[in-house]
Ligand binder design. Structure first.
Ligand SMILES: C[S@@+](CC[C@H](N)C(=O)[O-])C[C@H]1O[C@@H](n2cnc3c(N)ncnc32)[C@H](O)[C@@H]1O
Length: 269
């Protein structure tokens, strides 16, 4: 698939394999949300996210993010959207979520060593520090506030309604145009972005909003630049790239999501 003279590609497969064949220093921006730990079953062999141990999960993501570091241009930026989780208290069973059946997992991961039952794990920060150790510059933690988040079934802590968007660069200096980081009322965004979740897909329940992706694209790329999403799902980043005249390279392990991504993008080209 092509737009203008620039690249527009969507590939099906395991990111850990496909990324190895992508040229070094070739994309301007990476916007991605990897599978969260122990939360969803994407029903594909070699999927990331169902590792029994947290450290195994983090080391699989480390493989991906080391490749991404090589592929990002020296003045490029990475936006990483990542959610947290609680220790299971060694309960093995996760109750059926009727609205979101992919959240049913037969086995919940054990409580990681050093943590107690019912604790917030801190996965986003553990991953952020790992990337920092591997050379990435952690430039900001942006809070994605979800005003329409559903209440949780807990009574002993506030309901969570946010996720982290970490912004990383490869070097101290990089391309970033703060003046383009504006909301619909032309107000400059700060480090808390209030954006409703929206589920537009019948088959994928963990997509991120187009608006969030566009904030990242406008501030950190120019028209025709290439944006990469190594966990592209139904192609939200690709859709945003078409709408903003950027090139796109997307990868996902699930062929059903890839088909929907191609369909979604064809509809707007
Ligand atoms: C949180 S979702 C991303 C959704 C995407 N941001 C969107 O808006 O559609 C994570 C994705 O990672 C994919 N995935 C899991 N393991 C993978 C792997 N090893 N290689 C590539 N994709 C993988 C899943 O199929 C899933 O679509």
């Amino acid at each position: 698939m092509q737009i203008s003279d620039e690249i527009f590609k969507i590939l099906q497969g395991d990111s850990r394999d496909i990324l190895k064949d992508i040229k070094s220093n070739s994309v301007q921006c990476i916007i991605t949300s990897p599978p969260y730990w122990g939360l969803r079953d994407y029903h594909r062999e070699n999927q990331i996210g169902l590792e029994p141990l947290l450290d195994e999960y983090l080391s699989q993501l480390e493989i991906v993010f080391n490749e991404l570091y090589r592929i990002l241009k020296p003045n490029g930026v990475l936006f990483l959207v990542i959610g947290d989780g609680y220790t299971s208290g060694n309960r093995k069973y996760r109750a059926i979520d009727k609205k979101n059946p992919s959240r049913l997992l037969a086995v919940r991961p054990d409580t990681p060593p050093g943590l107690k039952n019912k604790e917030l794990i801190g996965i986003p920060w553990k991953l952020a520090f790992l990337l920092q150790k591997n050379g990435w510059y952690l430039r900001n933690d942006i809070i994605w506030h979800k005003p329409n988040a559903m209440p949780e079934s807990v009574k002993d802590r506030p309901y969570r309604c946010h996720e982290y968007i970490f912004m990383f660069s490869k070097l101290e200096k990089y391309f970033f145009d703060l003046s383009k980081l504006k909301d619909a009322n032309h107000k400059l965004l700060r480090s808390v972005w209030a954006i409703n979740t929206s589920s537009k897909s019948a088959i994928h329940s963990a997509t991120f909003p187009l608006e969030l992706v566009k904030y990242c694209i406008y501030s950190s790329t120019k028209p025709k630049d290439i944006v990469l999403d190594p966990f592209c799902g139904i192609g939200t980043v690709g859709i945003a790239c078409v709408e903003t005249n950027r090139g796109f390279l997307g990868i996902d392990i699930n062929d059903l999501y890839i088909n929907e991504a191609i369909q979604n993008i064809k509809e707007i080209i």
